[in-house]
Design a protein around this ligand. Structure first.
Ligand SMILES: C[S@@+](CC[C@H](N)C(=O)[O-])C[C@H]1O[C@@H](n2cnc3c(N)ncnc32)[C@H](O)[C@@H]1O
Length: 312
């Protein structure tokens, strides 16, 4: 891209009203009249800026009857434009344009002619509703758990252990990083059923048949020998014990993950299944459970497996 093209793009994104329109149109498509209502700007001003963005190929428009709907998705931007957009978007937080968002959501609800939440039936996860967050739900689901002796392999700073400890007999955090364990101890201070141990996932310093549940949460990406790490997890599980892994699905973003010190490029479902079966575990589920919203849209796998109970 030439210097002139870069400067043009910076000018495109560098205008407050255009920035505001792009943020507004990120999540929903709106007509000019609707945008005018939401922003309380003059229609001529809105049209001028929309025209400029559309001509630059940044906005999409769709005709439905007499109305034209405008929307914006960064996926259609060229790579350089995407970088500039990320820089601008990343500097904005939820506080910016909050009233636009409130008015837009109210307008969409009235457009559907239905009361919340019926207006968003079938797509609720794409819209904000007070208190309805994944974190709140994850914390609510903890109420269903009653865990035994849990091993959190690559526990990091103890965020998961903190959630599970009140629902577990014991939680053992193991991590190769002393610094992480110091942070985990600080986070879990006073939680009497949590233990901390420095060690390597490839060579767990525990006897076999020690744990009821073993977690491998975003640690397999750091394993030079994932088969060995999974086998070690299986070894220390009690018969009937369960293993849960969360890890990236296979991808080709080596440069991006190198900056996070990942040593592999994720796992296909087949490869992860093979690792679990190779460790002698019974596989209950392996599958992609989500696509990240942010670029490059990593897919995340979860795997659940069990160690066979001893035959009587
Ligand atoms: C991305 S963090 C995930 C932390 C935590 N599991 C979570 O999901 O919040 C990865 C952690 O794995 C640890 N780790 C990486 N390789 C490891 C290994 N071979 N043995 C033990 N811990 C390891 C790192 O030190 C880091 O704390």
């Amino acid at each position: 891209m030439s210097v002139a093209q870069i400067a043009d793009l910076m000018q495109l994104f560098g205008e407050p009203t255009r920035l505001r329109l792009l943020v507004l149109l990120e999540a929903n498509e709106l007509t000019v009249a609707e945008i005018t209502t939401v922003t309380e700007l003059a229609q001529s001003r809105v049209s001028t800026h929309l025209g400029r963005l559309r001509d630059a190929g940044v906005l999409r428009d769709r005709k439905a009857g007499t109305a034209t709907y405008y929307s914006f998705t960064e996926a259609t931007l060229a790579d350089d434009a995407k970088k500039l957009w990320h820089a601008a978007r990343g500097a904005l937080d939820d506080g910016h344009f909050a009233s636009d968002r409130g008015r837009r959501d109210a307008l969409i609800r009235s457009r559907a002619g239905a009361a919340w939440p019926e207006a968003f039936a079938g797509e609720m996860e794409r819209h904000y509703s007070p208190g309805r967050t994944w974190e709140a739900y994850a914390r609510g689901l903890l109420g269903l758990l009653s865990l035994g002796d849990v091993l959190d392999v690559g526990s990091g700073d103890g965020a998961i252990a903190q959630m599970l400890a009140p629902r577990s007999k014991s939680v053992t955090c193991i991590d190769r990083s002393e610094k992480m364990l110091v942070a985990a101890k600080a986070r879990l201070e006073g939680q009497k059923n949590v233990r901390f141990q420095q060690g390597d996932a490839h060579e767990l310093p525990f006897e076999e048949h020690t744990f009821d549940q073993v977690l491998l949460f975003n640690v397999l990406s750091y394993a030079h020998k994932p088969a060995r790490a999974v086998s070690e997890a299986a070894r220390v599980m009690k018969p009937g014990g369960k293993l849960v892994a969360v890890t990236l699905a296979a991808h080709d973003h080596s440069e991006l993950v190198a900056s996070y010190q990942h040593v592999n490029l994720g796992f296909t479902e087949a490869a992860l299944t093979k690792l679990l079966k190779g460790a002698g575990l019974e596989v209950d589920h392996v599958g992609v459970v989500m696509r990240e919203k942010r670029e490059p849209h990593f897919h995340v796998l979860t795997a659940f497996a069990e160690k066979a109970r001893a035959r009587k």
